[in-house]
Design a protein around this ligand. Structure first.
Ligand SMILES: *Cc1c(COP(=O)(O)O)cnc(C)c1O
Length: 394
């Protein structure tokens, strides 16, 4: 397993747990227990039950006929958009809330950018009857009102992060601060394959249900488990990690990671973390991030809030640096075009994040007999405002 973590939680040079002393006991508790708990029969039983009957899994693997015709190849969509709450994020929050319960924690905190992870966390807290506090940048609270309301309706408290740029990285800092102050009863549910070890590995394992299903579905539909390529968008990288997981050692499967190019890689307004990033430490792990020469984090930009993060999970830093995964960057306008294309060719309105993965079709050499799977990480309901503006109906 060249592409999973070593005993210290590193993917090659990336990962680890770079945390303040005050978090040491909390993080160590999790490091020592997460694998054992995940393997317990009672854990697996409840996790699998909820994935099936609450979330609606398995999510379909859908052959996109008209899209395939247009690109003269074979394209399947892994339909994470059909999950309860509209994206892949629920797979992870169900896993982590069960982990919190096993560890006897009673108070849940989370960070959120666009509010998708916040909603997924508030959802499972309601399901389990646990207190839920979601940190969110003040700027994001203002621009993501429907999700703020959803969290409140689900019974969560939304606390504004008022420092820095008042967006996702500041909300993450606030959540970490809260965790330091409440080490005994609080569990921090992180929303992607980022953060100190064991979070990147734990989240990847919860999301790996995506590729577990893909292998079975490919076998049924095509008589073989492996496609030629898997394409996924990467913010922190959890939907991509889930879609790649069971294919990491199958080197015949090409992995294509798609980042947000924003207004252009060299425009100063992008989130192309692996292309522009250098090695450093962000939110507890060593990875690639956008920073100035003296280590100040550069504000990212993407039209899609889910990709608007200055770092990338350490697993992806390693996959890209080792050459296992190829990386492409897609600009805001290209993602919008791709969203419209999928809507009108297949009757599926995708999330803006997922639209970045769709737009990658224009940059790949796709052969007629090849099979590509695109991870359709979420549905587009949350992005209608942006789509309306794009189509000139506002
Ligand atoms: C949050 C989100 C993403 C980005 O997160 P990853 O951890 O990179 O998967 C992508 N798509 C959707 C729909 C999201 O909500």
């Amino acid at each position: 397993m060249k592409y999973t973590i070593d005993k210290k939680g590193f993917y090659g040079n990336f990962g680890g747990a770079f945390i303040p002393e005050m978090l040491h006991s909390n993080v160590t508790e999790l490091q020592e227990n997460y694998l054992g708990i995940m393997q317990e029969k009672s854990f697996q039983k409840e996790f699998r039950y909820l994935l099936k009957h609450y979330t609606g899994r398995p999510s379909p693997l859908y052959y996109a006929h008209r899209l395939s015709d247009k690109y003269h190849t074979n394209i399947y969509l892994k339909r994470e958009d059909l999950n309860h709450t509209g994206a892949h994020k629920i797979n992870n929050t169900i896993g982590q809330i069960l982990m919190a319960k096993k560890l006897g924690k009673t108070r849940i905190i989370a960070e959120t950018g666009a509010g998708q992870h916040g909603v997924a966390t508030a959802t499972v807290c309601a399901l389990m009857g646990l207190e839920c506090i979601v940190y969110m940048g003040e700027v994001d609270i203002e621009r993501q009102k429907p999700n703020v309301f959803r969290m409140k309706m689900l019974g969560a408290e939304v606390r504004p992060a008022t420092s820095g740029s008042k967006t996702l990285k500041d909300a993450t800092n606030e959540a970490i601060r809260d965790w330091i102050n409440n080490p005994l009863d609080t569990f921090y549910i992180i929303g992607s394959v980022v953060g100190p070890h064991p979070y990147p590995d734990m989240v990847a394992r919860f999301q790996s249900v995506i590729s577990e299903e893909m292998k079975q579905q490919m076998q049924e539909l095509e008589g073989k488990p492996n496609p030629d390529r898997i394409i996924a968008c990467v913010g922190g990288g959890s939907n991509a990690a889930g879609a790649y997981y069971h294919y990491l050692d199958d080197e015949d499967v090409e992995l294509v990671s798609v980042e947000a190019g924003g207004e252009g890689i060299h425009s100063g307004r992008s989130a192309a973390t692996s292309i522009l990033g250098t090695e450093g430490i962000i939110h507890g792990s060593r990875t690639l991030l956008m920073q100035t020469e003296d280590g100040q984090i550069i504000e990212p930009h993407s039209i899609s809030a889910g990709l608007d993060y200055p770092g990338i999970g350490p697993m992806h830093a390693h996959l890209i640096k080792s050459g296992r995964a190829q990386v492409l960057s897609i600009e805001d306008g290209e993602a919008l075009e791709a969203a419209l294309e999928l809507s009108q060719l297949e009757g599926i309105i995708p999330a803006l994040e997922s639209s970045h993965a769709l737009a990658a079709l224009n940059y790949l050499e796709l052969k007629e007999n090849e099979i590509s799977i695109i991870c359709l990480s979420g549905r587009g309901d949350k992005d209608l405002q942006t789509y309306m503006k794009f189509m000139g109906n506002e």
